[in-house]
Design a protein around this ligand. Structure first.
Ligand code: SAH
Ligand code: AVI
Length: 719
């Protein structure tokens, strides 16, 4: 008896892979009738039968037919099932594929089996020619591409029937949908490498690996959802030409688009056609079946943009875990035209027609869809469709430009400055600390809590006064003006000004608290899509230049909240002088100040019953412990709020309730019981004091408005 001959491992692996891949499409066709598989629902689609045949023809045309003296299974199939290969002779126009009623489905399946038999024999020879090896892998990937096309086309076909049949009992999908993560991921950009390099398989259009320059940007961690899309529809998204590219708007009108493909308004509900028949639109699911034109219009409506394909690839490669559903849900439209990469070379031979000749007028999509065969997609994968097409499983993920400060946690060197400043202040007698160090993320949060306290009147009173004066003052801003806010915090009062000045070109919030600034900038950008929001993180006592591209009109400074009262008098003058030179000769400046009033009202505002201001004050020590490794016993410091009538200021102190020594870096700071750290001054003003201050800094007071008690005031300064 002969020993059984062993199949070499490489060949066995090829055979297994070939069988697995080739089994998939017949499995998708298994529950469908011959009629289902021979109809063509629109020119972009092909009948299922044609996909079954064409993917077999591909192996015959690319590999088997290469053998000298090869006899085709049926020479007529070379014409019938050639897709677009000019080099391979005549073919049936794509829009006529539904007319190929013969060969029958049975004959096509027999053709498929015969190709599989011949390919199995070819694989058994262990051909090592690199070109044919590449074509073999290409054939498998080509088959997988058509598996997805098969489903896209079948859904389109079913959607055209008044019966709206379910093609499948359950959606055939490769994996589970991932839950949303929320938020955005920022990337610094710079010189990045993208594209496919190395020996593993990729389509020719994915290479070569090359370098591209990226400006700082951010990608949404999640896909745009149906719920988001419904908001777009309800806001007149499909009826507002200003949101659309010209070509897109032409299609909207010509095709009467009012919603994504397959959507229908059924009474108050939206339903959509799916592979399992008509289903209700789930607001939480990613939107699907939108064209590039729709994706682009949506992004504009949302005040964002589509990512370029390089931004998408770099983001997903650097932070694969940051994003939900990068792969496996919907292909994601990008802002990139499908074009060759620098150094692109098509595959040599017949397969040169595979990708390269389509590099005009189409847009790139990245990721993969629920219908993409598992293992098929890659980070470098470039799918492409015409911008009006929407029958593919396509959706979107948003992007936005991020000025570098938005992506930073804090200014470089911030911790070192905090340490130096705090040690210097605590080495003085009496001990002091600058109030600007209150505002880490928790400090900013606590301040917001303070603004909602009954006792803390300034925010409420100032907002009410601002509502009264803003319409008139905004009338003086003029065209293309920019609002520059100092110590913007949550940017809540800003909205009053923005609402009164809808023509503002730009808003530049400046704040030392990167977290508060980042969140506020995003909220404002979301709420005012037409406004350019250009945040700057940093100390407003050390002003640099304004960002570029914020309009050519007046610069309007905005410094509400009486934050000026937290500065020393000479600091306040220096600040207002610097602001004047930053904002220019034509500038306006809205300054908010708290006015001198009864000590009881003031003290209650700075020593609230709920202890929020105390926590805000002590947070300085909490922050020092966390960021500087100090060992303050936070509970051993009492919050003190004191009215100082000579200086017309509220003072906040932290009082040591026992003797102690605190380690702060290399320094040891001693406290005697009753000793205090003077943490904040909150100067209160009179109209006269404001006028003097403004004058000393080169501003003239063009208006001064006082609100009802407990009174605050707003001054409009002119350069
Ligand atoms: N303008 C807002 C917030 C006031 S709270 C309002 O009126 O409600 C003070 C804000 O100024 C905080 O957000 C704090 O982070 C910021 N801030 C304090 N000192 C600063 C400094 N030196 N440079 C920049 N921002 C500062
Ligand atoms: C931000 N600044 C004007 C506040 C103020 O009133 O001085 C900070 C504050 N301190 C205690 N409560 C609020």
């Amino acid at each position: 008896m002969n020993a059984p001959s062993r199949i070499p491992d490489g060949i066995a692996a090829d055979l297994t892979r070939y069988r697995e891949v080739r089994a998939a499409m017949p499995a998708l066709a298994a529950g469908l009738s011959a009629e289902d598989l021979s109809a063509q629902s629109m020119p972009d689609c092909s009948p299922g039968k044609w996909h079954l045949a064409h993917t077999s023809w591909f192996f015959e045309a690319m590999i088997l037919g290469d053998e000298p003296g090869y006899q085709p299974v049926d020479p007529r199939f070379q014409t019938l099932f050639n897709s677009y290969y000019e080099a391979l002779g005549q073919r049936v126009e794509r829009c006529d594929r539904g007319l190929i009623t013969r060969p029958s489905l049975e004959d096509v399946l027999a053709y498929r089996r015969e190709i599989d038999r011949r390919m199995t024999a070819w694989l058994g020879q262990g051909d090592t020619d690199p070109r044919r090896r590449y074509l073999f892998t290409l054939g498998l990937h080509h088959d997988q591409q058509h598996q997805e096309l098969f489903l896209m086309d079948m859904l389109n076909l079913m959607s055209r029937s008044p019966l709206e049949p379910a093609a499948y009992g359950q959606t055939p999908r490769a994996g589970e949908i991932e839950p949303p993560r929320g938020g955005w991921s920022g990337f610094d950009g710079g010189l990045v490498e993208v594209g496919h390099g190395g020996a593993s398989f990729a389509f020719d259009n994915e290479g070569p690996a090359h370098r591209v320059w990226l400006e700082p940007y951010a990608l949404a961690n999640d896909l745009v959802t149906n719920g988001d899309w419904i908001a777009f529809i309800e806001d007149g998204g499909y009826a507002r030409p200003e949101l659309w590219l010209s070509d897109g708007w032409a299609v909207v009108k010509a095709e009467h688009w009012t919603a994504p493909l397959y959507w229908r308004a059924d009474g108050p509900r939206w339903t959509r056609m799916s592979l399992t028949g008509r289903v209700e639109v789930d607001p939480a699911e990613p939107v699907i079946h939108v064209s590039f034109y729709e994706a682009d219009a949506y992004a504009r409506w949302a005040g964002k943009r589509l990512p370029t394909e390089v931004e998408w690839e770099h983001g997903v490669r650097c932070r694969p875990d940051a994003f939900s559903n990068s792969f496996g849900e919907v292909w994601q439209w990008t802002a990139s035209a499908y074009a060759p990469y620098a150094g692109f070379k098509p595959t040599e031979g017949t397969a040169s027609e595979y990708n390269g000749k389509f590099m005009a007028n189409q847009m790139v999509l990245r990721g993969s869809s629920f219908a993409t065969a598992s293992g098929h997609a890659r980070t470098t994968y470039r799918n492409f469709f015409y911008p009006h097409q929407r029958w593919a499983f396509m959706g979107l993920r948003l992007a936005e430009d991020a000025s570098a400060p938005l992506t930073r946690d804090a200014e470089p060197g911030e911790t070192a400055r905090f340490r130096r400043d705090l040690i210097a202040g605590l080495s003085r007698s009496p001990k002091v600390a600058s109030p600007k160090w209150f505002y880490d993320a928790e400090g900013s949060r606590l301040f917001e809590e303070i603004t909602r306290l009954g006792e803390y009147y300034p925010t409420r009173q100032e907002a009410a006064l601002l509502r009264r004066v803003a319409p008139e003052w905004a009338g003086r801003f003029g065209p293309d003006a920019a609002l520059i806010e100092f110590g913007s915090g949550a940017s809540e009062k800003t909205r009053i000004v923005l609402d009164a000045a809808p023509d503002l070109a730009a808003y530049v919030p400046i704040d030392i608290s990167a977290d508060a600034l980042d969140a506020a900038a995003h909220r404002i950008a979301d709420a005012y899509p037409a406004l350019k929001v250009a945040p700057l993180v940093g100390d407003f006592l050390h002003l640099g230049a304004l960002p570029a591209g914020i309009g050519h009109g007046r610069r309007v400074g905005f410094f509400p909240g009486s934050t000026i009262g937290n500065l020393e008098p000479d600091e306040a003058v220096a600040f207002l002088k610097a602001a004047r030179s930053l904002l220019g000769d034509d500038a306006l400046f809205i300054l908010g100040v708290d006015l001198v009033k009864e000590p009881e009202v003031l003290i209650a505002a700075y020593d609230d019953a709920a202890g929020v201001t105390a926590a805000f004050n002590r947070n300085l020590l909490v922050r020092a412990n966390r960021e500087l490794g100090a060992d303050f016993d936070v509970d051993a410091f009492a919050h003190r709020a004191v009215w100082n009538p000579e200086e017309a200021r509220m003072e906040m102190h932290l009082e040591a309730t026992r003797d102690m020594a605190v380690r702060l870096g290399d320094a040891t700071i001693s406290f005697a019981r009753g000793e205090t750290i003077h943490t904040e001054n909150s100067r209160k003003f009179t109209e006269e004091a404001v006028r003097k201050l403004a004058q000393a800094a080169g501003w003239s007071v063009s208006a001064f408005e006082t609100g009802p008690a407990p009174a605050v005031a707003l001054a409009l300064l002119e350069a």
